[in-house]
Each structure stands twice: as C-alpha cells, then as structure tokens.
Ligand binder design. Structure first.
Ligand SMILES: Nc1ncnc2c1ncn2[C@@H]1O[C@H](COP(=O)(O)OP(=O)(O)OP(=O)(O)O)[C@@H](O)[C@H]1O
Ligand SMILES: [Mg+2]
Length: 471
C-alpha cells in the first residue's frame, strides 16, 4: 500500500487481493503488501490505545512519539502536526519528528496565515487528504506551498486533515525529503484514521485544559466571594457594635450632662462668694474651664452618636467659607489666609449650618497644626464626577502634617494627639459629608502640611437633575 521508489521497506500499492491466476512473483508481492498493511493497522491500533490510556499532561509527548513511530514505519523523513487557531485564520506547527540528518522547521512555522496556504487548506477543509507525489510538479495555484516545501527540501508529501465536530482543526503531514514517495489509496485511508486519532487526543487535551482553567477561575471567584462575605460580615459586626456603643454613649452623655449642669451652677454661685480672693478665683476659673470642656466633649459625643439629620437650604461656597472664618476670627491672628474660590457665588443645596461646622472643625485642625503661624489656603472648583456636578473644596495648611503611617488612625473616632481634643472632629466631619452623598480625602506630609479635600454635590438627592446656576 505504501510504495517506495528505492526502498524495500513499506507496503505495496497493489490491492491485497491475490488472484489465483497471478504468477508466483506477483503472489509474493501481494502477500508482502498484505503483511505490511496488517502491520500498519496494528501500529495505528496500538497508537490509538496508547492515547486512550495517556494522561492529559502527556498527550503532547504521546503525539510526537506517534509521529516518530508512523514516520519510521512509513519510512518518511519528517512527520508533524499543524493546529489551526480557534478563528481558523492562522496555524502553528505544534509537533514534529525528523529522521536522522533531516532539519527541523517547527520553530519557524508559527502563526502562518491559513489563507496564504489556501491551495492545501481548501482540500483539507473538504475533509480530504492532500497528496503531492512531486512537489516540483505543483500547479501555479500552489505557488506559496511549493516555495515553502522546496525551502524545506521536500520532494513528496501527504497531509491528512484533523477534524473535530465536523470542523478542520489542523492536519498531520508526512514529508519525503531524500527521495520521492508514492502513497496508495489504502495507505491514505489509514493515514486519515491517524489524523482522527490525533484530533481526538488533542481535543481531549484542550477540553481538559479548558475545564481546569474554568475550575481554577471558579475556585478563585469563590475564594474572592468568601473573602468579600467575610469582610462584609466583619463590617456589619463593627457597625452593630458601633451602633451599640453609640447608644450607650448617648445614654451616658445625657446622664453626665445633668450633674455637670449642677456643677456649673455651683461654680457660678461660689464665684460670686469668693470676691477678691485671687487664688480661689483662679481655682474656680480652672473648674469652670474643665466643666466647659466636658460639656463640649459631651456635645460632640452626642453629635457623633446620633444619625445626621440634614436641613437643606440654598447657599454658596463663598458664604460658607466666610461664615466659618468669622467664627474662628479670634484664632487667626498669626495665619496668612489665601482664598481661591472659583464660582464663589454659585448656588448649592446643603445643610449650611452643618457644612459650616465641618469647615470650622477642619480649619481649627489647621490652626492647631500651626501654633507658630503659617499659611492657610482655601480653594474651590467645580467639576463633573460620576455624572454629578460637584464642588471640590480644599483646606490646605503649612502645619506640622501627619506621618503617612498615622493617616488611617487619625481618622478613627477618639484618636487625638491633643491634650484637649476628643478625636471626634474628623469622624463627625466625614459623617456629615457622607450624609450629603459627598466624600472627604486627607493628604498630608509630615513637617510640610495637610490638605483636606471635600467633594460635595451641588444639589441634594431630592433636587431635580442638576442645572448649573451660576451667579
Ligand atoms: N490639619 C491637620 N494637621 C495636622 N494634624 C491634623 C490635622 N487635622 C487633624 N490632625 C490630626 O488628627 C487628629 C484627629 O483630628 P480630629 O479633628 O478628629 O480630633 P482632634 O482635633 O484631635 O480633636 P477635636 O477635633 O475633637 O478637638 C488630631 O489630633 C491631629 O493629630
Ligand atoms: Mg479637630
């Protein structure tokens, strides 16, 4: 079935049927052809069984081994597999076996355009083998193929399609370099079975790889999901415990406020009785100051533990900033203030009392960070963010700054570096800003200064869609 022009090995091209009337030499040739065909069938069956038992990780190795066994049996010089990409437009030489002394080409034959090799591909795509007894005799339509095959020194070749679910996914080829080689129909039919075996094995490999990939993806996804759920549960627990603390704080604060009120009244009465006694007056002033401080701490605690109730009104960034600076005027002597407010009169709908409180808190922090004076810059601009018109308001100081590692901590409740601080200023500011559907971001550099940037929507959530009202 496979005829070699000069070699003895191989299978004869004649039909295996031995006619009784044939001469003795002819009977011998038929018997040899039959034996060779049986050997070939046995080889193919062995390869098929081998692939079935092969683990997916070893299929590539198995394919190269099968190419070698078939190549050696059929006495060709090079055997190989080409795989088409999923879109069928390009192809790679993925496996190759070469007889001793024959140059490999696998490294070169990657990403070839299937369209350029349309002559061979059109035959393979019909599910037929492409058999070229003499490369030199190829027609002009096969010019690309001829040039490539002559470059590889091929004299004859045969390629069989690898088909999966009715689609050509590649092909297996067998080159004769040293001499021409003829293949008969029986041999070609058997080679087509080889193509099917390769395609089954390689498709099994790809299917298992895809399965492994999607398994890995789902595992990752479920791990991620678990992590996220864990995070959310922790957040919920924290929120629940914060809510419980908040409730407790408000009860305690109310309880403390009444006796404090009593102390304050007592201090006032005693103050009147002390008269001219300076040292007693000083002690009384100390008590008075401490009571006032306790009162303000309790006010802040109550503020922080309550949900924020907003009372919206129309105002402008200019008015809000002016009002806050007025409240703090007595503390601003050593501070150089620069206002850079774009669209300072543009109307916005916010709870102006609460936003003023936020600005007073933030500017107070800046003043306290510059005990020997410094620069305070207040800047504003408007922009569009996530489909909303927003105001970006920055309070920039040249104060002591905050170390990068301390930035998250200083934003936590009760975290203060001040003797008379509560550590509730920033958390309250954030709470108010977030109630306005805005955000607050702090950037700082130790010994250089701090910038607090507030983002606030111009309109409140209940307003009709944003329109720019410039004045
Ligand atoms: N502009 C700033 N420059 C440097 N440090 C700052 C600045 N703003 C805040 N901090 C740091 O963050 C801490 C927490 O600030 P926060 O306003 O929450 O509380 P506080 O100012 O300490 O106390 P309170 O505001 O209740 O009087 C401050 O103690 C301070 O260390
Ligand atoms: Mg503060």
């Amino acid at each position: 079935m496979i005829r070699h022009k000069k070699r003895k090995r191989g299978v004869a091209s004649e039909s295996a049927k031995v006619r009784k009337s044939a001469p003795e030499w002819e009977k011998g040739a038929h018997a040899e052809a039959l034996r060779s065909r049986i050997e070939f069938i046995k080889l193919i069956t062995g390869i098929s069984t081998h692939f079935i038992n092969l683990s997916v990780d070893r299929i590539d190795e198995g394919a190269t081994y099968a190419l070698q066994r078939i190549g050696e049996f059929a006495a060709v010089d090079r055997s190989y597999i080409f795989r088409l990409y999923d879109d069928g437009k390009k192809m790679d030489n993925t496996h190759e076996w070469c007889a001793d002394g024959i140059a490999p080409h696998i490294h070169r034959l990657k990403g070839l355009s299937a369209e350029e090799f349309s002559w061979i591909m059109s035959t393979l795509k019909k599910g037929q083998a492409c058999y070229v007894p003499r490369v030199a005799d190829l027609p002009p339509e096969a010019a690309v193929e001829k040039a490539e095959w002559q470059l590889e020194g091929i004299q004859s070749l045969i390629c069989v399609p690898m088909i999966s679910r009715g689609k050509v996914i590649g092909f297996a080829g067998f080159d004769s370099v040293r001499q021409e080689k003829a293949w008969d129909e029986d041999a070609i039919a058997l080679l087509k079975i080889v193509g099917e075996i390769f395609s089954n094995a390689l498709e099994r490999k790809q299917a298992e790889e895809t399965l492994r990939e999607s398994e890995a993806r789902y595992r990752l996804l479920s791990e991620h999901l678990e992590e996220k759920v864990g995070q959310k549960v922790a957040e919920l627990e924290q929120a629940q415990s914060l809510a419980a603390i908040g409730k407790m704080v408000s009860v305690v604060a109310h309880e403390v406020r009444n006796p404090l009120q009593g102390i304050k009244m007592g201090v006032d009465v005693l103050h009147a009785e002390i008269g001219e006694d300076a040292s007693k007056a000083e002690t009384m002033a100390g008590i008075d100051h401490a009571v006032n401080l306790l009162n303000s701490i309790i006010t802040e605690l109550l503020e922080y533990s309550k949900p924020v109730q907003l009372r919206h009104s129309v105002c402008s960034v200019g008015a809000l900033v002016d009002e806050s600076l007025k409240v703090l005027a007595h503390k601003l002597q050593n501070i150089t203030i620069t206002l850079e407010l774009n669209e300072r009169e543009r109307e916005m709908t916010v709870d102006s009392a609460k936003i003023t409180a936020v600005l007073v808190n933030l500017i107070s922090n800046s003043i306290e960070a510059m005990p020997d004076g410094g620069q305070l810059r207040i800047q504003s601009r408007s922009c569009e963010e996530k489909g909303r018109n927003v105001l970006k308001l920055s309070i920039v100081d040249s104060g002591c700054g905050i170390a990068e590692k301390d930035l998250p901590a200083v934003q936590e409740p009760f975290m203060t570096t001040k003797i008379r601080g509560t550590g509730l200023g920033l958390p309250i500011c954030r709470k108010i800003i977030e109630a306005h559907k805005g955000s607050m971001r702090i950037r700082s550099k130790l010994d250089e200064g701090t910038t607090v940037e507030i983002t606030l929507p111009f309109s409140s959530p209940g307003d009709p869609p944003c329109s720019v009202k410039d004045s």
